[in-house]
Design a protein around this ligand. Sequence first.
Ligand code: F6R
Length: 609
Amino acid sequence: MCGIFGYIGKKDPVKTAIDGLKRLEYRGYDSAGIAGVKDGKILFCKEVGKVAQLEKEVEKQQFSLDIAIAHTRWATHGEPTVPNAHPHVDMMGSLAVVHNGIIENYSEIKEALSAEGVRFSSETDTEVVAHLIAKNYKGDIIAAVQESVKRLKGAYALAIVHRDFPDRIIAVAHESPMVIGVGGQEAFVSSDPNAFAAFTKKVVFLSKSEIAVVEREKLAVYNVELQKISKEETELEISATDISKGHFEHYTLKEIFEQPVTVANAMSGRFSTDLGTALLNGIEDHLPNLGSTSRILILACGTSWHAGYVASYFFEEMAQIPVEVEISSEFRYKNPIVAPNTLVVAISQSGETADTIAAVRELKAKGARLLSICNVQGSTLARESDHTLFLNAGPEVGVCSTKAFTSQIVVLFLLSLFLARRRHMSRDEGKRVLAALTSLPDAIKSILNKSGEIERLAKKYAKFENFFFLGRQYMYPTALEGALKLKEISYINANGYPAGEMKHGPIALISPDCPTVALLGNKKTFDKMLSNLMEVRARKGEVIAITEEGFVKEISKITQDFIEVPQTIDELSPVLSTVVTQLFAYFVAKERGCDIDKPRNLAKSVTVE
Ligand code: F6R
């Protein structure tokens, strides 16, 4: 995780770097720092907490630099303290380094350097890089960086400034993202091009330990053998997006309320009502033989994995294609067999999740075809895929994923429809499911109109420390997602469980102190869910039900605490029920006074394994 930003140019480097960091804060926010060269000296300023803290401090100190590198941290080695915050400097204060990734052999290097008399002032893996470069420096900074990088194992993106070179930033990347923005009389270095997209869209991506010497109007890139290489400049199709909260108190709430629009955007231009099918224009140019796919392998983490889990049901049900859904971090350590005609579908909002990227690289090396479902244009995953279906949801700033989940389901549903119509699904059936899909935005609006009701329930239940979220079939991954939202933003222990499994052990936990959020929006399993909820009630467990309209009579026998959602087909019911669980988690977290947009210990983009 962690975000790196660097700037050389006519603008104020400190202000530009702080603004850049704000756009990278989703990558970690437990401390932040800035360093650079001023009048031939390395100066730095570091603060524990969010970028806003650092901003206050630099303003207070009237901190000024000629060039700047900056960092927002998600702690891996060492607690969030000022000494552990980046940038890290060498003992002589001759250079400063910021780092994203993990140096796996740092303790071995640290031991060797300590034996030579180097004194360390932090617990981080990054500090070894600063001392190593200083040790290897004999007047040629590029050679010193190259020599040092050769000793590093792990994943790293680094930005370095040296007092002897007040006009350049050295950037290096190996399995962690690093992009250089060029054009005009300025240059940017960043973990994510969106951080400087307002200024330039001309970029050069670094990889495989490439070393870039970044100057105002000049960029030179070397491989790890220090041979100069020519790198292609890419013109990104991203726009500088507005990331304001509007009139909402939190980004998370704004993003929940955006869903009628984001869900509509996810389907826009991607279907034909007349033909009763999905139109995924151009997909077969990049993925020939898509129609003959005989197996789908879905890879993702967290919320994206839940979306993939939902999709696995409809790929099998609608397209009748066998599906495996794997958590990327687990899948990596299997020895995957890639059968012919397997389509690998990687799902990632950010497109930067290290485990998902590592898993798909392994599969691509084995010859698999890779389709990704992504929100962020220009992300590593999108660049490495044979084809990407973008969510078009706009930036998701709140750390917990909300609008991306519902858009992922829509895009996966369209893919499933596309494959189903190529096989056996009739045009009429295609039209029927499309009618359900296109009515989602209005259905979501009607749920958002009930936010007051959901808030009242959330206030009633916010005091509990343990919850179950139960569902069956489509509502099982929906329950997992509901539980994840509650635990990550309100710090309540919430377990998503398949309702039928309760009696095999977990029912022992049911008591008046452990309420159950029951997801009943799946018609096929509605009756079975009711029986499971009777079992919960028999053990004095409270039930909060999320059910489709038209079932009040049955639900009232179990609980008076229920929220109704509009009727839809089972395949799309996760979208509607999830809007309720998102709002429930939001209002519980608000009631408990939690930091909703930036929950403790988390980062939006998980770029370490
Ligand atoms: C939960 C959440 C995470 C992400 C996960 C994968 O609200 O945001 O679980 O879903 O880290 O991230 P992406 O989708 O960017 O690969």
